[in-house]
Design a protein around this ligand. Structure first.
Ligand code: COS
Length: 386
């Protein structure tokens, strides 16, 4: 069911005002301090942002995917570190519970996730299992009414603030690949769970990624999501949705950078006139606008199809590939249009240039999206559905 149009417009307007009035003015400060102020986190809680993808009966706003993407476009209009504060609760940290949790599991954790009082993270990647997620080696061995977890997860967003993790671990070590994997909710305060120091990274200062280490961590059987051996499918379903969301965030950043380019080009004069009147500048801005518009249309189409119950695995990969690569090109052109100023910290463009680089990597690299698209096409052809 489509979200009520008036409520949607009011929500988008609220988020736009929050981004414009509260986030944009402190982008540099957040970058310098590598931290989003608590007052901003509190406002995000008040706006209900942590719970936009949680069902109403558990305290969330239950936005449909189209509306979630419209919100994500708005959040993309400022430094992506702000979005990241609630990002895992909106997306990969909560959705395994939303999609596969039992009523008891949902009642226990979703209200806290929706309010932002509990931070949820997604723990799939390992030191030796990145793109080849199905090769993960973290073990979860059944021992009575518990599973005993051992292993290390890597680059886990918001791990340093997380209260619970969706963890993919191998319940059947004798079965290699995706089939031996199960998914669990693991609480941070479980004995044997520890979190490493935040990594120093290229961009998105204010958002953090850390290792999560499991050493004989005993997790109750009732924390398992879906059946034994179904954890990889859980992870992939979560990523299908997450990839749409990230595409929308990246496209929001592209829109912001186009605005920056246009405003700067109207002010900046060279060869006796604003650089906006030079055709080579126009070309860079026009290409950025055309690509960003295309990304926006793709994302909304894929989101509507997901809302209508279609399988959007391939479309989510198409949007992730196109929107994040386009964003990379837009950020590169923004530096070019700003010239020397694009390279200087004060203007903030170089910060966006660094921030957007991760979009092409996380939740599946561009190359993984290409693999998924090609596989889905081949599968459809073999089934006579192409
Ligand atoms: N939804 C539901 N189930 C899915 C699925 C999806 N989108 N994609 C795959 N599956 C299922 C498959 O149907 C298969 O089950 P069956 O054997 O019962 O048919 C199982 O999962 C294994 O799938 P597949 O054979 O495609 O697995 P591969 O090991 O070949 O890997 C890729 C698949 C490469 C797509 C996967 O490893 C991937 O997405 N890697 C990137 C991981 C990633 O995004 N990491 C980012 C970090 S998390 S922020």
């Amino acid at each position: 069911m489509a979200f009520d149009a008036e409520i949607r417009a009011a929500l988008i307007e609220q988020v736009r005002r929050f981004v414009t009035e509260k986030c944009i003015p402190i982008e540099a400060e957040v970058g310098d301090n590598d931290a989003v102020p608590q007052s901003i986190v509190d406002e995000m809680k008040n706006l209900g942002l942590f719970g936009i993808a949680v069902p109403e009966e558990y305290g969330g706003l239950a936005l449909d995917m189209e509306t979630e993407c419209l919100v994500a476009f708005e959040l993309g209009h400022t430094s992506p570190a702000f979005r990241s504060v609630a990002g895992t609760n909106i997306g990969i940290g909560s959705q395994a519970l939303v999609l596969f949790g039992t009523d008891a599991q949902k009642s226990k954790w979703l209200p806290g996730i929706a309010s932002g009082d509990l931070i949820a993270s997604f723990a799939l990647t390992e030191p030796e299992a990145g793109s080849d997620a199905g090769s993960l080696t973290t073990k979860a061995i059944r021992d009575g009414d518990h599973y005993v977890l051992n292993g290390t997860k890597r680059y886990i967003t918001n791990a340093n603030k997380a209260d619970l993790f969706t963890v993919m671990a191998r319940t059947d070590p004798s079965t290699p690949g995706a089939k031996g994997v199960s998914a669990f909710i693991v609480e941070r305060n479980t004995p044997g769970v520890s979190v490493g120091q935040p990594e120093k990274k290229m961009g998105q200062q204010g958002a953090h990624i850390c290792d999560v280490i499991f050493e004989d961590a005993r997790v109750p059987v009732e924390n398992r999501l879906a059946g034994e051996g179904e954890g990889f499918k859980v992870a992939m379903s979560v990523l299908d949705k997450g990839r749409l969301h990230i595409s929308a965030v990246a496209t929001g950043v592209s829109e912001r950078l186009i605005k920056e380019m246009v405003n700067y080009s109207l002010e900046r004069k060279q060869f006796g006139k604003p650089i906006m009147e030079h055709q080579m500048i126009q070309a860079m801005i026009a290409d950025s606008q055309a690509e960003t518009y295309a990304a926006r249309c793709m994302i909304l189409d894929a989101a509507r199809r997901r809302d209508a119950g279609e399988d959007v695995t391939m479309l989510a990969s198409c949007t992730k590939l196109f929107a994040t690569e386009a964003c990379g090109r837009v950020a590169d052109r923004a530096v070019q249009v700003f010239g020397g100023a694009g390279y200087v910290t004060d203007y903030g463009i170089e910060r966006f240039y660094r921030d957007v680089r991760i979009f092409r990597l996380y939740e599946g690299t561009t190359q993984i999206q290409q693999i998924i698209i090609a596989r889905e096409l081949a599968r459809a052809a073999k089934a006579g559905k192409l």
